[in-house]
Design a protein around this ligand. Structure first.
Ligand code: DGL
Length: 271
């Protein structure tokens, strides 16, 4: 691999849930991170728009000599992984969906798997397809239950973990899933681990939570060769101050200096 820098992108702070794992498992690797905070959320937008954002985000990371790209966004992984892979060329791309789906199939005892994600991720059916494929390989019978939880993203961006609003929102979204008797719940959005304690409290401690970013990060461990030569680079597309506060609280450590990047697009009338 030419460069051991690991490129990571998400619509906002969600990708830091993957970076947290990478800091722990690959402390000597250099991270090049982009959080598209000016355009978050992705999960409520159309597939065409998310695919365009995915293309632009990938092009940004490729300017920084990355040796692999972690798509630390389930929404992009669900609807635009092919876009990232095409633009990345020979650079390996790691998405969020398949690793979490395999892990859920592996750990479920009763075959009842819940999936929560953005509206775009849930509408794509990507998790259901990946779970069906993993279950067929494992010779297991599984049933899935999915629920879009769009309000979790702004709650996470706001740093409202443990807040009563987060608890009430989780109860509202997850009531039917709890009734289903699931024993495994995929956090199919990288923002959701920020709210994991609240989600776990609401669904019950007997339900195993699958952190999609943490599971996918294990694949980066396998693919990377470390060379601690340069500082990490963290970029965001909106002003960095709130990202810094919430991100540092979540990571439990200081973030390096954050750089704002602006996409210089020209408006085109679609026909
Ligand atoms: N963190 C992202 C995901 O995993 C995107 C959330 C959003 O921007 O809506 O889907």
């Amino acid at each position: 691999m030419a460069s051991s820098s690991i490129g990571v992108f998400d619509s906002g702070i969600g990708g830091l849930t993957v970076v947290k794992e990478l800091f722990a498992s690959l402390p000597d690797s250099r991270i090049v991170y982009f959080g598209d905070t000016a355009r978050v959320p992705y999960g409520t937008k159309s597939v065409a728009t998310v695919r365009r954002y995915a293309e632009e985000d990938t092009e940004l990371l490729l300017q920084y000599d990355v040796g692999q790209i972690v798509v630390a966004c389930n929404t992009v992984s669900a609807v635009a992984l092919d876009v990232v892979t095409r633009i990345a060329g020979s650079i390996p791309v790691i998405g969020m969906i398949a690793p979490a789906a395999s892990e859920a199939v592996k750990v479920t005892q009763n075959g009842k798997i819940g999936i929560i994600g953005t509206l775009a991720t849930v509408a794509s059916g990507a998790y259901e397809a990946a779970i069906a494929s993993a279950a067929a390989t494992a010779g297991k019978t599984v049933t899935t239950y999915s629920q879009g939880c769009p309000l979790f993203v702004p709650l996470a961006e706001e740093g409202w973990q443990g807040h009563d609003v987060a608890r009430l929102t989780a109860k509202e979204y997850l009531g039917d899933m709890i009734e289903s008797g699931m024993d495994t719940l995929i956090l199919g959005c990288t923002h959701y681990p920020v709210l994991a304690d609240t989600i776990h409290e609401v669904v019950g401690s007997h339900v195993r939570l699958i952190n999609s970013g943490a599971i996918a990060a294990r694949q980066v461990v396998a693919a990377s060769s470390d060379s601690p030569d340069r500082d990490h680079l963290f970029m965001v597309s909106d002003l960095p101050s709130r990202f810094k506060n919430v991100g540092e609280r979540f990571l439990g450590r200081d973030l390096p200096e954050l750089h704002q990047v602006i996409y210089k697009e020209s408006w085109v009338v679609s026909r």
